[in-house]
Ligand binder design. Structure first.
Ligand code: DX5
Ligand code: ZN
Length: 221
C-alpha cells in the first residue's frame, strides 16, 4: 500500500511519563498516536486499565494541536465516552463492534462530535459483521491479537480479513494492531493494511526512528 502511516501504541510505555513518551514517538517520526484507552468505568471490555479522557486532555495541551490521536476505546459501553473524548481533543474514536448494540447510532454520534470513526473487530469476530458499516466509517481496525495487552504474538490468520476488506473497500483505511513489527509488517502490507499500529517493537527499541522508517518503507513498497 502506498502512503502507510505508522502509529505507535503507548500501552507498553512508561505511563507515568506518557507525555514524554508521546513526544519521543513524534520526534522519531510517528505519523499519529494510537492511544489505548480502556477506561475505568463499570464493566471492562478488557482486563486492563490505562487512562481516560482527562489524560487525553492533558496530552493535547502538552503536545499541541497537530498530533493525530487515534483513540482505541477498549471499553464495554463506548457510547458514554464520545463527547468527553471529543472535548479532550481526540481526532478519531475507534470502538469495538462487539461492545455495542447500535453501531449506526454510535457512528453518527462520533461524527456529530467532530471526530473520525474507527471500527474495530476482535480476532474472533468475522469480518462479515463489519462489512455493513464499512461505507460509513473512516477506518477499520483488524485486531491481530486479543485486545488488552501489548507484547503479544501476531496472529497471521487475521490477514485474510484485511485482504478481503482491501478488495471490497479500496479506499477504506485499514489498521492492524497487535504484534506488528519488523518481522510481521510484510504480511500486513501484503494484505493491504495502511495504518500500522506498533507498540513494543517501537517502544522497546533503542532506535525508534529506524524502526518507524523500516515499517513505513516496507509497508509503502
Ligand atoms: C492491544 C492494544 C495494542 C497494543 C499493541 O490491546 O490494542 O495497541 O498496545 O502493542 P504490541 O505492538 O506490543 O502488540
Ligand atoms: Zn490498540
Amino acid at each position: 500500500a502506498s502512503g502507510c502511516k505508522i502509529g505507535p501504541s503507548i500501552l507498553n510505555s512508561d505511563l507515568a511519563s506518557l507525555g514524554a513518551e508521546c513526544l519521543r514517538m513524534l520526534d522519531s517520526g510517528a505519523d499519529y498516536l494510537h492511544l489505548d484507552a480502556p477506561c475505568s468505568s463499570g464493566r471492562h471490555f478488557v482486563p486492563n486499565i490505562t487512562f481516560g479522557h482527562p489524560v487525553v486532555e492533558s496530552l493535547r495541551k502538552q503536545l499541541g494541536q497537530d498530533p493525530f490521536f487515534d483513540m482505541h476505546m477498549m471499553v464495554s459501553r463506548p457510547e458514554q465516552w464520545v463527547k468527553p473524548m471529543a472535548v479532550a481533543g481526540a481526532n478519531q474514536y475507534t470502538f469495538h463492534l462487539e461492545a455495542t448494540d447500535n453501531p449506526g447510532a454510535l457512528i453518527k454520534d462520533i461524527r456529530e462530535n467532530g471526530m473520525k470513526v474507527g471500527l474495530a473487530i476482535k480476532p474472533g469476530t468475522s469480518v462479515e459483521y463489519l462489512a455493513p458499516w464499512a461505507n460509513q466509517i473512516d477506518m477499520a481496525l483488524v485486531m491481530t491479537v486479543e485486545p488488552g495487552f501489548g507484547g503479544q504474538k501476531f496472529m497471521e490468520d487475521m490477514m485474510p480479513k484485511v485482504h478481503w476488506l482491501r478488495t471490497q473497500f479500496p479506499s477504506l483505511d485499514i489498521e492492524v494492531d497487535g504484534g506488528v513489527g519488523p518481522d510481521t509488517i510484510h504480511k500486513c502490507a501484503e494484505a493491504g493494511a495502511n495504518m500500522i499500529v506498533s507498540g513494543s517493537a517501537i517502544m522497546r527499541s533503542e532506535d525508534p526512528r529506524s524502526v518507524i522508517n523500516l515499517l513505513r518503507n516496507v509497508c509503502s513498497e
